[in-house]
Design a protein around this ligand. Structure first.
Ligand SMILES: [Ca+2]
Ligand SMILES: [Ca+2]
Length: 408
């Protein structure tokens, strides 16, 4: 990595160091991790968010500097928006940002100057990722990669009240967008089965809703609890389509506020468990390339499932969620279909929350009982709501719950 020293960056870095000696209170130092997240590209603008977390436990952050470099042949002229460490949070100094572009190399120097005017910094950082700032660049060329990366040597944070000799240690820095493909949607190959239409005899899902002419041509997740207003639609129902699913990319499925979901798409589930775009191509998301995400698959009457580990997209391999219980946060998300060794998302969740319980029987299945068509109470997805949906699908799963932190 080639670095350029320049007076502006050096000046700001020195300022932080000097401020660090003004503090008087002792504080506990910890380890801070940084990452670029929520990177997206419209073709003319490239934006990314710097986030931080405590490596373990929690800590408080004082003055700090985030230093990064990038390829000016790809992106240029960064602007910034402070997030969480500014006057809106009661801090005495506004954050500062300097950038310098020389030849093919660009540098950004973002300083958090909290000072003592507003008292000790009060924002605690835990192992949950918190936004520090968003940076947006002009896209110069989509033919080159941004090569945006932290410069760890000049990046660091003081601890609470800028106490001397207790600066935090810089831990991992991730999400460097060395290979971000600005103009390309990245693919992720997900495979899931739904218990409702799964056939133990055929080891795939039946498509009774499809052959019965019941599948809508526009995505069905507009209502509560999903409230997704995407415009996904199809002119005709694909031959092997089982139903619509809703797929989301999340930075952190442990976050109970669900605020870490960065992308949502309604997609088509096929009988073999694969999920494709409305045009039949492999499921893809724009603007996520080169980063790691947890993917959530929701279905309108099954318990949602989230990948147990994060996935770097584009994925070269199928992310197969049919091979085990897919444990996340100590929750076994899927169940084995008979003794097949194949696992499926659990049926009987007509209200779309993260629990299969009496409400899915009384408030969903019961008022729909004996109705035909595309119904959330049709737990086996054969186009007919009847006692089989209650007994063979809902009842066997009554009391099961999913990963509550990914509730829609
Ligand atoms: Ca439910
Ligand atoms: Ca049924």
């Amino acid at each position: 990595m080639k670095l350029h020293f320049n007076p502006i960056c050096l000046k700001a870095t020195i300022a932080v160091v000097l401020l660090s000696f003004l503090g008087i209170a002792q504080a506990t130092a910890g380890t801070v991790n940084l990452r670029f997240a929520n990177s997206n590209c419209t073709g003319t603008q490239y934006c990314t968010t710097v986030q931080m977390q405590a490596s373990t436990g929690s800590l408080k952050v004082g003055n700090g500097t985030v230093f990064f470099s990038y390829n000016t042949q790809s992106i240029a002229n960064p602007t910034f928006t402070a997030l969480n460490f500014d006057s809106a949070d009661g801090y005495g100094f506004a954050p500062q940002f300097f950038s310098l572009e020389t030849g093919n190399s660009g540098e950004g120097n973002y300083n958090i100057l909290l000072g003592s005017a507003a008292g000790s910094p009060s924002l605690s950082v835990t192992t949950e990722w918190v936004d520090v700032a968003q940076f947006c660049f002009t896209v110069v060329s989509t033919a080159q990669t941004p090569n945006l990366q932290f410069v760890n040597t000049y990046t660091g944070f003081n601890s609470e009240a800028n106490a001397p000799a207790s600066s935090h240690t810089l831990g991992t820095t991730t999400g460097n967008n060395a290979s971000f493909a600005c103009s390309t949607a990245a693919t992720v190959q997900l495979k899931v089965f739904l218990e409702g239409p799964f056939s133990v005899a055929n080891l795939n899902m039946n498509k009774a809703l499809n052959t019965g002419g019941n599948i809508p041509l526009t995505q069905p997740y507009t209502g509560a609890p999903y409230n997704y207003n995407g415009g996904e639609s199809i002119a005709t129902v694909p031959t092997e389509m089982v139903d619509w699913v809703l797929v989301q990319a999340s930075n952190d499925p442990n976050n109970t506020s669900n605020s870490d979901i960065v992308a949502t798409k309604a997609a088509i589930l096929l009988t073999n468990g694969s999920i494709v775009n409305t045009d039949g191509s492999t499921l893809s998301f724009s603007g996520l390339s080169g980063n790691n995400y947890y993917f959530i698959v929701r279905h309108r009457n099954h318990l949602a499932v989230v990948t147990p580990t994060s996935v770097t997209i584009p994925t070269a391999a199928v992310v197969d969620l049919t091979t085990s219980t897919q444990t996340f946060a100590s929750v076994q998300q899927t169940k084995q279909m008979g003794t097949t060794g194949i696992y499926a998302m659990k049926a009987g969740n007509g209200d779309g929350n993260m629990t299969i319980n009496i409400a899915d029987r009384n408030a969903v299945w019961r008022p729909q009982n004996s109705l035909l068509g595309y119904r959330t109470g049709d737990y086996d997805m054969n186009g007919n709501v009847n006692v089989a949906d209650r007994n063979a699908k809902w009842r066997v799963n009554n009391g099961q719950f999913g990963v509550t932190s990914i509730a829609p």
